[in-house]
Design a protein around this ligand. Structure first.
Ligand SMILES: [Zn+2]
Length: 283
């Protein structure tokens, strides 16, 4: 019962932001005469649709965390279905608002399906500097790409949610208590920390010292690594978890090295707030 309610509450948040995404699109179209949903780069990269998909699914993200809804197949399917409906809503709102030159509503004359067919196939698009051409059957292909973009946006939100740490026994999302960043000039400098830390007993002095120790890199250049350690805790049982993310510098910028992500659940009762530089009486 509790799970059902949590699921419904999270879904309600998702529906709310999906409707919001559709309204944002209509609002922008109304105010600026610009269709964000159809915005794409090089015709086939649907940035506008991806963006709206992110907005549409964001409610699931916040709702699931707020109501501790576990990510899973049901949630993913729900997110995708609602994303699909939001996309239909975007088309439908465009349909309801469109007027002929004489001020009459298109919706009074044309059924929705016919409107959709016409607006997809008669839409014009331009590649680079070539003059605009009518989309024809290609319009359905473009719509499919936009739909794909919308789902990608929703999928990204799901992946973000699925990667969030949860307490295995309480099934609650963990709160972040503190974080600490260390920087290293190269992999061998980083390995003294990275390869050792999780081999030490977590409740020992050496473990806490290693977390407490400062390490920074003078210059961000190719091969440099930085490790962000996050101290998380379950809001109910208070058990703490260390979540580490590693970034590497490729000469141009920092890049997340996801394959090095790691997590360690600490023994019950162990509080590492002090090692992380936070107050002793954090909780
Ligand atoms: Zn817990």
């Amino acid at each position: 019962m509790k799970n059902l309610l949590a699921g419904l509450a999270a879904a309600a948040c998702g529906v709310a932001t999906s409707v919001l995404a559709a309204l944002i699109n209509v609002g922008i179209a109304y105010l600026f005469d610009f269709n964000l949903f159809k915005l794409s780069f090089w015709v086939i990269v649907p940035v506008g649709a991806i963006l709206l998909g992110l907005v549409a699914a964001s409610g699931y993200h916040f709702g699931s965390i707020r109501f501790n809804r576990k990510p899973g197949k049901v949630l993913l399917v729900q997110m995708l279905v609602i994303a699909g409906l939001a996309m239909l809503l975007i088309y439908w709102l465009g349909y309801r608002m469109m007027r002929f030159g004489d001020g009459g509503y298109v919706a009074d004359i044309l059924p929705f399906g016919q409107f959709l067919h016409i607006s997809l196939t008669k839409a014009s698009y331009a590649v680079g500097r070539s003059s605009a051409q009518e989309a024809g059957g290609f319009g359905y292909f473009l719509a499919a790409i936009q739909f794909g973009g919308f789902l990608i946006g929703a999928g990204v939100v799901y992946i973000m949610l699925a990667s969030k740490a949860m307490c295995a026994s309480c099934e609650l999302y963990l709160d972040e208590l503190a974080s600490k960043r260390k920087g290293y000039a190269d992999a061998s400098a980083a390995s003294a920390y990275f390869d050792t830390l999780f081999t030490l007993p977590a409740d020992g002095h050496a473990f806490a010292e290693m977390i407490r120790a400062e390490a920074s890199v003078q210059k961000a250049e190719h091969g440099a690594l930085r490790i962000d350690a996050h101290l998380l805790a379950c809001p109910r049982c208070q058990v703490q978890t260390i979540d580490e993310r590693v970034q590497g510098h490729n000469g141009k910028g920092w890049k997340l090295l996801q394959e090095l992500d790691r997590r360690l659940v600490l023994p019950k009762g162990l509080n590492l707030m002090v090692a992380f530089g936070g107050g002793a009486a954090a909780r």
